[in-house]
Design a protein around this ligand. Structure first.
Ligand code: ADP
Ligand code: MG
Length: 410
């Protein structure tokens, strides 16, 4: 086929196949639907907890937790946006601030963002965290308002930086005269409690709300509702809908995952010029998403994890031992001129790669010779090569021939 003809086909297909997506945006993660089926209970509870605000009283702090994709962010935004409307209607002085702590990144920037929502601007850097906090407190008190702050994905901040920020915030009411603060903390990690000072945890969790994973039939309803907005009538097959729900239910009942599958399946169908989304498109979508997940994970590995993986790759055998990896890792560090980690630390990295599904590490018994760990790649060599080739430092080591491998060949 001539180049011209290829492109003609691609473009024709694209133009003539507008019949899959009615509105793609509806499947984005941050789209907030009007209806949140299967979360009536959480909406009602959260509504009950924040309602006192309408009588100009501070509401309890709330700690919300549940796995990713269980609707925590959606429910919190939904309830607060309705509260905001009602508060305006009754003329209640209330201000809201929503901060995603994982994306905001540091305590400084979280406080800076809180400052902004009470109309105080702070420089992007340069002040101490304490200084920013003081400005926030002063600005807030001057605003004479009830202030509801949502700290979403708070687990990310706390695990990286500790709970100083929460400590200050949970105590702030003691020093305010004209304003009051309520905190809604949201965590994807159920064990967050273990990372918090007990006093901080108890003031944050005056109320607690748990979001359980969705089961397959709940996910099916959620997808069905959303698909009515995103796809033209009759485009989504029953089988595709069922497979999407079942796959996402198996993966911790994650609605985000289910919506991703649905969106990518739609794109696969569109690209193939299909008139309907079939179950095979969903399976293709799953492979696609999994591939992207692994590529992303590989790119984001730390230098030493990359070197460990590259060591296994360079050994190029069906399985290797920790000792063998350590020798090659040693050589690779030499090539790059970076310092070595201890063998024990390296073992930890191997376990992490195993947990991520990149390596497979199995302890096997060698009879009277004791036990040893056999390690092999869990992903394809081609994938590693593709990703590492475009990596600054790994790129020039990808074809590295181990010097010490000689002594291992049987
Ligand atoms: P979490 O914050 O718990 O990780 P989100 O609230 O971000 O989960 O939800 C993930 C995605 O699934 C979002 O796109 C959201 O709109 C959608 N979603 C979650 N629960 C529901 C529901 N009950 N009904 C409709 N859509 C939902
Ligand atoms: Mg969320």
């Amino acid at each position: 086929m001539g180049n011209q003809k290829i492109l003609d086909d691609v473009f024709e297909n694209f133009v003539n196949n507008t019949q899959i997506f009615k509105d793609r945006e509806v499947l984005r993660h941050d789209y907030l639907p009007d209806k949140l089926p299967h979360r009536e209970e959480q909406i009602r509870l959260l509504g009950t907890i924040v309602a006192p605000v309408l009588k100009v009283a501070r509401c309890s702090n709330i700690f919300i937790y549940g796995n990713t994709g269980t609707g925590k962010t959606a429910v919190a935004k939904y309830v607060l946006s309705h509260l905001e409307t009602k508060a305006k209607m009754y003329g209640v002085p209330v201000k809201f601030s929503y901060v995603n702590c994982r994306m905001t990144g540091s305590e400084y920037r979280v406080f800076a963002s809180l400052c902004q929502s009470v109309g105080i601007s702070v420089p992007f850097t340069g002040l101490s965290v304490d200084e920013v906090f003081d400005r926030f407190r002063a600005g807030l008190d001057a605003a004479k308002t009830i202030f509801i702050v949502v700290l979403d994905e708070i687990d990310a901040l706390i695990k990286n930086r500790g709970d100083q920020l929460l400590y200050e915030l949970t105590r702030i009411n003691e020093t305010l005269n004209k304003s009051k603060v309520s905190i809604i903390g949201i965590s994807n990690d159920l064990r967050l409690k273990e990372f918090l000072d007990p006093r901080v945890f108890s003031s944050l969790s005056e109320e607690e709300l748990v979001f359980r994973p969705y089961d397959a039939s709940e996910l099916r309803n959620i997808l069905l509702e959303r698909s009515k907005l995103s796809f033209y009538d009759g485009v989504l097959s029953e089988a595709a809908l069922n497979v999407c729900s079942a796959l996402a239910a198996a993966e911790h009942g994650d609605a985000r995952r289910a919506l991703d599958l649905l969106r990518v399946a739609g794109e696969v169908a569109e690209r193939q010029g299909a008139k309907m989304i079939l179950d095979e498109h969903v399976r293709e979508a799953e492979r696609h998403i999994e591939h992207n997940r692994v590529v992303e994970a590989l790119r984001n590995l730390t230098l030493h994890s990359k070197l460990v993986l590259l060591s296994v790759y360079s050994l190029n055998k069906s399985s290797v031992t920790t000792g063998e990896i350590y020798d090659i890792y040693n050589e690779l560090c030499g090539e790059l001129g970076v310092g070595l980690l201890t063998q024990r630390r390296l073992s930890t990295l191997i376990n992490e790669l195993d947990a991520m599904g990149i390596l497979n590490a199995k302890v096997v018994s060698m009879g009277r010779y004791g036990r040893t760990k056999k390690i092999r790649l869990e992903i394809s060599r081609t994938l590693i090569k593709d990703v590492f080739e475009s990596d600054n430092r790994m790129g020039r080591l990808i074809d590295y021939k181990p010097k010490s491998s000689q002594k291992y060949t049987q």
